[in-house]
Design a protein around this ligand. Sequence first.
Ligand SMILES: [Zn+2]
Length: 262
Amino acid sequence: MLYEAGTARLTMGEIRERVSSLTGKSNLQLDRRLRSLRTFFLVPAVRDPHHRQRFTYALHGWQPDADQRTARKTIRASDRALTFHTYGYRCAACGRTPKDDHVKLVIDHKVPLELGGTNEADNLQPLCEEDNHAKQALFSDHEENTEALRASLSLPEAHLRIGELLKAMNGMEVPKELIALVAREENHGDPTKRMRELRALGWKIRNSRRKEGRRFLSFYRLDSWEPWPPGGPKAAIARMEHARKQARRLEAGTPNAPERET
Ligand SMILES: [Zn+2]
């Protein structure tokens, strides 16, 4: 509205009238909308020199820090300190510390910025330089899969994110680290368990291992997949898990016995 009006100044009444005629609505909550506009745009109110109670509004452009309000451009010093503290000054991948192991820790984005990650604390972790380089190498190896990674990262469930990445990279070997990354779970999650669960949904996934340098690398390759179950994979897996436990209890003949550790 204000964008269309350009530099012409409009009163609240004129804005109300124009928006009403566009949307056919009369209850517009314009004050609230103006407040939310001002999060991102400069919308100054100017008092009409001839009418004390008359204000006009125009869109003057973006707030100078509008981008930081949606996505912080840099890491806050307090988030950096918090991240080191949260991880006990250890590398999130190998657990080594500067004190005991003389490694240098750097702040790493769990989900890289170019894949939609943010500079907020929940996306940060300390990594030793070696693990940081390994991660960078992992991404440069999969540069052609950036779009597939970005697409799978936007999905709401870990199984969907892993499954859709495997589908996008169908027939290719996907390193376990990449699976852990798209899973977006606490403490790297448990990719092996997620694979087991996808297999329980009928997916055919092959696992291979090999040694590269001093590291053992694990890869997954998708051979075939099943459509996602109604209600999503997480709910379907929970139902299967529940049915399995029930069956085990009946088998043991003690339906009320406490669950056995497995
Ligand atoms: Zn490390």
